[in-house]
Design a protein around this ligand. Structure first.
Ligand SMILES: Cc1ncc(COP(=O)(O)O)c(C=O)c1O
Ligand SMILES: N[C@@H](CCCC[NH3+])C(=O)O
Length: 419
């Protein structure tokens, strides 16, 4: 079900017309539909109902505390990758015992903060990290709960730039070292290994790699138990893909994903943990921008908008596609154009050969599928203020991150007195 629909010729987010938001916050901006976030979380979680599984939302996908709070109220935990994300998740009220800490490099300060908070587990990705974590835990006189993130050497068949589970990717502990490291950790007084973790990549559109990875996880749990180790959790990461084109490929249903995982884990006696990000947030958000002008470059039509690659960098970074919709419907004949931002980079082009009907100056365009890895990957390049974020819930909407003023943007900078 789509919560971004046309009513009386105007694109709405739930019951709120987008021009109303534009009038209040200016452009460009991100808008999220609370109904979509709830629905996606519920559809995913329902597949695991009764199994005791934990759905730990990948905070990196969409980290605004209002969104984390909404998902936390639904029962979600958090998959974090930094001290900053830990701070956010706790601030949003997500209980520490629903937080898992992933990432290939964690500082001692981050480890300490997470131990103090009492998170569920660290997902440890190397022998060196294991040693560092043991050192921090020892100083604090605690035993650090952890899972070993192993690299299952499964090719997820996704874009190579977002693949993480092949043996030469930088992530995870090599498969054949997992048993040795787990048994060593189990014998260490400052380490409390409780499970296995893996994450094979993002925007995965086939179930086969998940099945393969979960099967390998199952084998490893069994092998560890055979060595007398206790294994309480199996974290299968995130990665399930979403449709980015309204008329394109339809990725697997969360219910089919759940059925496969449950078939492989229900009798294993472990708490299954999942870390979906994109699936929950991706199609819950739009990036809305205003047309500044049209430009004919030697026969090529450009529509220049006020949003740029600093706001939504996926097209420039990965060549990713985001469908575009004109906020005001029109009967004019569609014309082909490239939609580009104002940033001084040739890759600041959102869409080539888009068919727009009436991209006149001041018209609003909405890029779909912008809820995940949109606002969180934005920057202030070209000293452009971060685009505000707006949450809609039925007829209500609220600014959940305001646009910083230029003063705000410069507030951390200083000219040394000796200059
Ligand atoms: C460790 C980990 N977990 C979860 C995710 C979330 O992935 P996705 O948004 O594809 O579900 C990522 C990002 O790829 C990740 O690196
Ligand atoms: N940020 C990426 C995916 C990487 C996910 C994080 N491991 C995207 O926009 O698609």
């Amino acid at each position: 079900m789509d919560h971004f629909t046309y009513r009386d010729g105007v694109l709405h987010a739930e019951d709120v017309p987008l021009p109303l938001i534009a009038d209040e916050v200016g452009t460009p901006f991100y808008v999220y539909a609370a109904a979509t976030l709830r629905r996606h979380y519920r559809v995913f979680a329902e597949g695991f109902a009764g199994s005791g599984a934990l759905v730990a939302f990948a905070v990196k996908a969409l980290s605004n505390i209002a969104v984390l709070s909404l998902l936390g109220k639904e029962g979600a935990g958090a998959d974090i990758v930094s001290g900053g994300e830990l701070f956010r998740a706790l601030k949003a009220g997500i209980p520490a015992d629903r937080i898992v800490f992933s990432g290939v490099g964690k500082t001692r300060a981050e480890m300490k903060a997470a131990l103090e908070a009492g998170i569920l587990q660290f997902n440890v990705e190397s022998e060196a990290e294991l040693r560092q974590l043991a050192g921090v835990a020892e100083e604090m006189d605690v035993a650090a709960p952890l899972a070993l993130r192993v690299n299952p050497d499964v090719d997820a068949g996704t874009d190579t730039r977002i693949s993480t589970g092949r043996k030469n990717d930088k992530f995870g502990i090599p498969w054949d070292e997992a048993v040795r490291l787990y048994t060593e950790a189990a014998a260490h007084p400052s380490l409390a290994p409780r499970g296995i973790a893996m994450h094979i990549g993002s925007q995965i559109t086939s179930l086969m790699p998940f099945e393969k990875a979960a099967g390998r996880g199952r084998d490893l749990v069994t092998a560890l138990r055979g060595k007398g180790c206790e294994v309480a959790s199996l974290d299968l990461g995130g990665g399930l893909g979403i449709p980015y084109r309204q008329d394109g490929e339809v990725p697997p249903l969360p219910s089919d994903y759940a059925a496969i995982i449950r078939r492989l884990t229900d009798d294993l006696g472990v708490q299954v943990i999942m870390e979906p990000g994109r699936l929950i947030a991706g199609n819950a958000g739009l990036f809305v921008t205003e047309v500044l002008l049209q430009k004919d470059q030697d026969g090529t039509q450009y529509v220049i908008v006020d949003g740029g690659m600093n706001d939504l960098m996926r097209p420039a970074l990965y060549g990713s596609h985001h469908d575009v919709q004109e906020v005001a419907q029109s009967d004019a004949e569609p014309k082909s154009c490239h939609i580009a931002g104002p940033v001084c980079e040739s890759t600041d082009v959102f869409l080539r050969d888009a068919a727009l009907r009436d991209p006149k100056e001041g018209a609003l365009l909405a890029f779909r599928g912008a809820g995940a890895y949109g606002a969180t990957q934005s920057s202030q390049y070209n000293t452009r203020p971060l685009a505000p974020e707006v949450l809609v819930d039925g007829e209500r909407f609220a600014i959940i991150r305001k646009r910083p003023s230029y003063e705000d943007m410069l507030s951390g900078e200083a000219v040394p007195s000796w200059l």
